[in-house]
Design a protein around this ligand. Sequence first.
Ligand SMILES: Cc1cc2nc3c(=O)[nH]c(=O)nc-3n(C[C@H](O)[C@H](O)[C@H](O)COP(=O)(O)OP(=O)(O)OC[C@H]3O[C@@H](n4cnc5c(N)ncnc54)[C@H](O)[C@@H]3O)c2cc1C
Length: 329
Amino acid sequence: MPLLRDVFIALSENKVMNEASKKMGLKFGANKVVGGITVDETIERIKDINSQGMSVSFDNLGEFVTNKTDATKEKDLILKMIQAIGEEGVDASASVKLSQIGLNIDYDFCLDNVREIMDAAKANDMFVNIDMENHAAYDDTIRIVDQLMEEYDNIGTVLQSYLYSAKDDVYKYKDNRIRFVKGAYKESPQVALQSKEDIDKALELLIRLHLTKGEGFTSIATHDHNIIENMIDFIKENDIPNDRFEFQMLFGFRKELQRELVERGYNVCVYIPFGTDWYAYFMRRLAERPQNINLVVKSLSKDHTFKTASAAAGAVAIGFAALKIFKRK
Ligand SMILES: Cc1cc2nc3c(=O)[nH]c(=O)nc-3n(C[C@H](O)[C@H](O)[C@H](O)COP(=O)(O)OP(=O)(O)OC[C@H]3O[C@@H](n4cnc5c(N)ncnc54)[C@H](O)[C@@H]3O)c2cc1C
């Protein structure tokens, strides 16, 4: 359903909705996929996930920040979360999007911000993953990751299987801690595979290479049970020990599969986004899997606080997308 994906991606980029949603609290079912608005709420979520035998990687929601004041505020919130995690002694690492802390404003300013985060994480014995964003940010992100890998041992990044460049990168990062994903953004055929089948195949190949060609730690980040089972078969055939890999899934998605993997003895890490800037993230999840619109429908039927103009605008926007789904079924 490429059209539907495009609709939700367009909605995710809607500036009016993005701004309005920051004042709304978690609406439209977003509370099912976002860990909390505040640090304290999110810490409680992390404790709950830890109690189920899973680790966490937190993500401060919000990206494409365009001024230094906002970027500094976001960096400070990440530092606050790192400190809270250290104080509470919960099992969590950090996932950081560089566009949130200045990548699109000033390269050196961004580098200084990540260094501050890396230092705080190091002091709390915490791993930091630099998330991979759209292809426009790829070169600068890799430059920063490479620079920081020389300075710190608690850093890793993400390879997106839809990018043609991922095959070279998997050898380059064979000894590092790397998260493997399909890729969440709309990219051109000049830089990225377009068919789901090719992207799936590429993901499996990259993971197999990373598990066998070096000494790195492999995070297999997908909700795709077929890929997960294929990887488990490969892991068994190649006697890969459990401390060399983990499965990662997003908070709120495929909870039963997460639990089942824990019961089967595998390490599972749940990626928990938090903060006020939930709207674009939520729309991207709908873009990936339009069936997630169920979350919206369920929440609207329960939600009596549907009074503000901005909330109504949101409903119209999401309703428009929903209509497209039903038309195409
Ligand atoms: C922990 C984590 C971190 C990520 N970090 C990044 C990042 O830094 N950069 C980036 O570009 N992308 C990132 N992504 C997003 C990723 O690139 C994909 O866009 C996203 O994970 C969707 O692809 P998928 O592999 O999960 O499965 P999909 O291709 O969405 O689904 C494959 C199949 O799995 C099944 N399935 C999927 N979801 C469900 C569900 N909820 N319930 C039931 N069945 C389901 C269905 O059968 C579906 O056909 C991340 C994803 C995860 C899980």
